[in-house]
Design a protein around this ligand. Structure first.
Ligand SMILES: *Cc1c(COP(=O)(O)O)cnc(C)c1O
Length: 396
């Protein structure tokens, strides 16, 4: 057996690429009869299945209203619109860029703040410090499914009389102090795209306990037309179609098992990687549950023997797909740089430049996790030689 890592000419641990994420989908037997039934009615969008899915999600999450939309991003855009906001909105930079896009589409100014170095979620002290007379709202994000400090953020928002919204794209399956997310702040927007725990192909769903927000969302996803063809505000076409809703209804049944599988796989990852110098993991509070939409490792280049980028290159050579989430951090991206002049987000940069998401999906085999850990261990063992190669050949 050749023990050398593939980047040094050894045989890759995997013959075929291990993808970073794969949707866990319902079976064709469960789905197709329902698709056929939809076709027979001719009602292919925003009809009975959407209503049923909304009711099931609301019940599952324990929230009054759930409004299905075309994506988490359109959900966020419509929530901000429904709240009639003007001014500055505080948000983390260590997040997926969609959180920030939703602000720009509403003419709102993003104010990027730090995240907490252990939980990776928005840092409450930085939020408090960033509040000015122009601040109209805060957006929290449940990073990789780790719940943001929702109660602290609610307290800050209440004291300053500003709105609080959650980008809950990673939130299905997460629990804060034992309770499902979905009922915090003014509204939360969940994503249902294929890389999340459950998927409707494309789609999202907004949850809120505020009836007036729910009503505006329902109008907003229909161009802003409440039915009389006399729009009171500018909306979107952000409806969910019936096929997506069927997928959602069937996928929701799998959510609990998906999140449990991911938590088991992450325990295995942590037990096999925990002993390697220079690797650390996101901290999840003991009372909370992380959905593990992603599993990310933080690389300390001095202790591990190489930086995140070199580890990433070495893992790709082993046929292991990895992703530098979230890099570059949003405040450094071309579309948002102009909002972060003179900003120094040290912790955000540390996470963005040193984190690597490695494969995780709900039906992943334990052996795949074990072999990925074997690959990482081997790369670590050969770190000096891999570093030398980088200097010689400019591998990155
Ligand atoms: C996936 C994701 C989104 C966007 O979700 P869509 O449903 O694709 O619009 C927004 N925010 C975060 C944090 C995400 O990971």
């Amino acid at each position: 057996m050749n023990l050398k890592p593939a980047i040094l000419g050894g045989k890759p641990v995997f013959k075929k690429i291990v993808p970073i994420a794969v949707p866990t989908l319902p079976t064709a037997e469960a789905i197709l009869p329902k698709f056929t039934a939809v076709l027979k009615t001719g009602m292919i969008t925003n009809a009975v299945n959407v209503k049923k899915f909304e009711a099931q999600v609301a019940e599952y999450l324990g929230v009054k209203y759930a409004v299905a939309v075309s994506s988490c991003t359109s959900g966020l855009i419509l929530v901000l619109k429904s709240l009639g906001l003007k001014g500055d909105v505080i948000l983390p930079s260590f997040t997926f860029h969609a959180t920030a896009h939703a602000l720009i589409w509403n003419g709102l100014k993003p104010v990027f703040v730090e995240c907490d170095q252990e939980s990776y979620t928005i840092d409450c002290n930085s939020v408090e410090k960033a509040i000015t007379a122009r601040t109209c709202a805060i957006i929290g994000v449940h990073i990789f499914g780790n719940p943001a400090r929702v109660e602290k953020l609610e307290d800050i928002a209440r004291r300053h009389n500003i709105k609080l919204i959650f980008d809950s794209a990673h939130g299905f399956g997460s629990r804060y102090k034992g309770d499902n997310l979905g009922c915090y702040g003014d509204a939360e927007s969940f994503s249902l795209t294929p890389t999340k725990l459950i998927s409707t192909a494309e789609g999202g769903i907004v949850t809120t306990n505020d009836r007036s927000i729910a009503e505006k969302l329902i109008i907003g996803r229909n161009y802003g037309d409440s039915g009389d063809y006399d729009c009171a505000f500018s909306g979107l076409n952000a409806r969910m179609d019936e096929f997506s809703a069927v997928l959602g209804i069937e996928s929701l049944k799998m959510l609990e098992s998906n999140v449990q599988c991911r938590n088991r796989l992450v325990s295995l990852y942590k037990s096999l990687l925990g002993g390697i110098a220079g690797l650390s993991f996101q901290r999840i509070d003991g009372d909370d549950r992380c959905s593990y939409k992603d599993f990310s490792i933080l690389v300390d280049k001095n202790l591990f023997g190489m930086d995140r980028d070199l580890l990433s290159a070495a893992l790709m050579k082993e046929n292991i797909a990895v992703k530098k989430y979230f890099y570059p951090p949003v405040h450094r991206q071309k579309a948002f740089k102009r909002f972060s002049k003179g900003k120094n987000l040290k912790i955000t940069d540390k996470l963005a430049f040193n984190s690597l998401s490695i494969p995780l999906y709900s039906h992943m085999e334990e052996d795949t996790v074990k072999n990925i850990c074997l690959a990482i261990t081997r790369i670590y063992d050969f770190a000096p030689k891999i570093r030398a190669l980088k200097i010689k050949k400019g591998v990155s």
